[in-house]
Design a protein around this ligand. Structure first.
Ligand code: PMV
Length: 292
């Protein structure tokens, strides 16, 4: 028996890190993602070919699969460990695949429980925004609370987004811990991030590019203030804006990973990135999953 599942990646458009402390964040599923193929066969459960050099990967598989009997193949069009949701896409694809293998009902609660368990292997105590938007597709405004998270699906207009990869990975758990270690110093910046998203909401809904660009610019410098940017990420932001982007920010945990740039004219930004040796590509929002 073979089961194949796919889950999209994601980008956090505004509010990463602040979301850990109960402030709102906005994420969207993207038109790239990750395929998982699970095949029943004798022997220990494991990958049929190397995927990523990450010791957490095997533990992640065994969180939802039996210790023996499953051969796993993973194929991804997402850059790995760059803030585009590769671990959460793996978590959601594995959750759906493992439920299918068992013949269990694939409902949101069951997928959420398994995907969150896998995400905890990778990230410690994540807010849950990544696997939530990946499960649902589209765009999600998310807020962590003391009990269940609150979220609403957001109908975003088409935004001209270019992703620029810094070429290095950040470690989400380490970045979240670094922010937590300076909680009192960082709190005002985190609050400003939450307020900035709420005040940009109408512009996001209306596709008001200059206002969203300015908000991304401010969000990036707030992320810099809490210490999660790097000189390369700052340089990418400056390069993108210098090439005509309306605004740009790091997306995800930082310490490496990607920058997103809002580019009514993508070509000059793609060219400027290529000249500096950074991989850059356009992304679109993935459609909401049926029923969400
Ligand atoms: O590394 P990423 O892109 O999955 O970013 C996680 C987002 C954070 O807000 C930094 C952490 C979290 O759990 O929400």
């Amino acid at each position: 028996m073979t089961v194949e599942t796919f889950a999209p990646g994601k980008l956090i458009l505004m509010g990463e890190h602040a979301v850990v402390y109960g402030h709102p964040a906005l994420a969207m599923a993207v038109d790239r993602g990750l395929h998982v193929k699970l095949t029943l066969r004798p022997g220990p459960t494991g990958l049929d070919q190397p995927f990523a050099d990450d010791p957490r990967l095997h533990r992640a598989l065994l969180t939802v699969l039996p210790a023996t009997g499953v051969c796993v193949r993973i194929e991804s069009t997402l850059p790995i460990g760059r803030g585009m949701g590769s671990s959460a896409a793996l978590a959601v694809a594995l959750a759906r695949g493992s439920l299918t293998l068992e013949g269990s009902d694939i409902n949101d609660a069951a997928v959420n429980e398994r995907a969150f368990a896998v995400e905890r292997i990778f990230h410690g105590s994540p807010s849950g925004i990544d696997h939530t938007v990946i499960m649902r597709g589209g765009a999600v405004l998310y807020r962590r609370t003391a009990s269940d998270p609150e979220f609403e699906t957001f109908a975003l207009p088409e935004l001209p987004i270019v992703v620029i990869d810094s070429g290095s990975a950040g470690n989400t758990a380490d970045m979240v811990k670094a922010v937590a270690d300076q909680r009192s110093t960082n709190e005002p910046y985190l609050e400003q991030m939450g307020a900035l998203l709420l005040s940009t909401r109408a512009a996001l809904l209306g596709g008001d590019i200059p206002t969203i660009g300015q908000a991304w610019h401010e969000n990036h410098w707030l992320l810099r203030a809490i210490g999660v940017s790097t000189p390369v990420l700052d340089e990418i932001v400056r390069t993108a804006v210098g090439a005509g982007a309306a605004g740009a920010k790091l997306a995800g945990a930082g310490g490496g990973g990607v920058v997103i740039a809002l580019c009514p004219e993508p070509e000059p930004v793609l060219e400027a990135a290529a000249q500096r040796g950074w991989t850059a590509f356009q992304v679109r929002c993935a459609a909401p999953r049926e029923g969400h």
